[in-house]
Design a protein around this ligand. Structure first.
Ligand code: PMP
Length: 409
């Protein structure tokens, strides 16, 4: 073929705006914060002191070995072919059985389960079912920066009260005329675990208004002080969509394994179609290993208990170290592995905008501590900062607390 000789400037210009579903996505500032933290850590560590990474939601535990072994067995068994759309039967059966056991979710059958690539894909597909929705603020940044634009949704944030309690009137006026309410329990970034009563009232409001509830239960097993996480998977209604992941429960963040549960057959069908369209289904030998994680009740309970006990020690070390600092208001997280202190008394009154939003974050960075500023989690908690203790052993937390004491003296 002859190369074209036509000069470039006579051609029709190439499109510079693409589908808004992708163009409108913003990369989470948490990613750029992590990059900045790595760069600043190098500099800081020249002083001979370690840098403290409180910004990440990564876990410093390995995946339990019985799950890893099951993945190898799955490969040896030849589970390397195209998956069944929406999930293999052995996976969905193991999930349904475990949900009935752990959450007393009577009536849950394999047909209610759809396998996804992590909670991330489960949530993305759930959001994509709709055109309008609402959810609490603060909230996990990905919901706002990725799922809302990707689904081209009209989404409204409903602020929690300063103590993270729920204003039900606000929930009610937000869902009126909308299609779903998104809830994350236990919650990232606050560590709040919603009570049974709060959940019942939210479901009741949504049901009265003909609205779906999307319940993101990524941190279902990470609950402290013997407290209980109440899953909405138990609610025998067709307006509830529950999204789970093995990422946090089984320290499997890199495996990308999750699942959606819904008693609504139309929703389950649309999810299967969406999952098939995007990826043609979740890797079969990974589903086999995930089924093993679910079915080995004793092994998984032991692994989870070990992790949660360690997270609780870290939470106590961090909370006890920070709770009396002047100008800092902190709630003791009841679940997940985040703390979301409020610095509004400490930040100079005259500051506003990005300068105010980044004030504490910057100060901590200077002292070798990476955090995430509150404005990443929506428009209502800009004076807060998220601290993750998912990958910081207790001695590191003690060192960090000393630094906080110097900053907030
Ligand atoms: N929901 C929340 C609130 C999260 O914080 C995360 C991960 N950080 C997820 C869902 C999804 O996790 P994954 O895609 O790894 O399953």
């Amino acid at each position: 073929m002859q190369p074209t000789t036509e000069p470039l400037n006579t051609r029709t210009p190439i499109r510079t705006t693409f589908n808004p579903a992708l163009e409108d996505i913003r990369m989470s500032p948490i990613v750029s914060i992590s990059e900045e933290a790595r760069a600043r850590a190098k500099e800081f560590e020249k002083s001979g002191r370690p840098f403290v990474f409180f910004q990440r939601g990564e876990i410093d535990f390995p995946t339990p070995s019985f799950v890893v072994e099951a993945a190898k067995r799955g490969l040896d068994m030849g589970l390397t072919k195209y998956p069944k759309s929406g999930g293999e039967d052995f996976f969905k059966e193991a999930v349904a059985k475990r949900l009935r056991l752990d959450h007393e979710a009577g009536g849950i059958e394999p047909a209610h389960v759809v396998a996804t690539y992590g909670g991330q894909e489960g949530l993305e597909l759930s959001f994509k079912l709709f055109k309008s929705g609402a959810g609490f603020s603060p909230t996990w940044s990905c919901a706002l920066e990725n799922f809302v634009p990707f689904a081209q949704l009209d989404f409204v944030e409903v602020p929690l009260n300063r103590d993270f309690s729920v204003d039900f009137d606000r929930v009610e006026s937000a869902v009126r005329g909308r299609e779903f309410f998104y809830l994350n329990n236990p919650q990232n970034p606050t560590g709040k675990v919603f009570s049974e009563d709060e959940l019942a009232r939210i479901v009741d409001i949504c049901t009265r208004h003909g609205v779906f509830v999307i319940s993101d239960e990524a941190y279902e097993k990470i609950v402290y002080d013997g407290g209980r996480h109440h899953s909405l998977v138990r609610v025998p209604q067709d307006n509830v969509i529950t999204v789970f992941t093995l990422s946090k429960t089984f320290a499997m963040t890199g495996w990308r394994l999750g699942y959606v549960v819904t008693r609504n057959p139309k929703v389950a069908k649309l999810m299967r179609l969406g999952n098939y369209t995007q990826t043609a289904g979740v890797t079969t030998f990974l589903q086999y290993a995930a089924a093993e994680a679910m079915s080995n009740v004793d092994g998984s309970r032991r692994a989870i208990a070990t992790m949660v006990a360690e997270f609780q020690r870290r939470r106590d070390a961090l909370f006890d170290g920070l709770k009396d600092l002047p100008g800092v208001a902190i709630d003791r997280p009841a679940g997940a592995f985040y703390m979301f202190p409020d610095f509004s008394e400490f930040i100079p009154r005259e500051l506003s905008g990005p300068e105010r939003n980044h004030y504490v974050y910057e100060l901590l960075m200077e002292h070798g501590i990476a955090s995430v500023y509150g404005s990443c989690f929506g428009r209502h908690f800009g004076d807060n900062v998220r601290l993750s203790f998912s990958a910081t052993p207790v001695p590191v937390i003690h060192d960090a607390v000393e630094r906080f004491r110097r900053v907030f003296r």
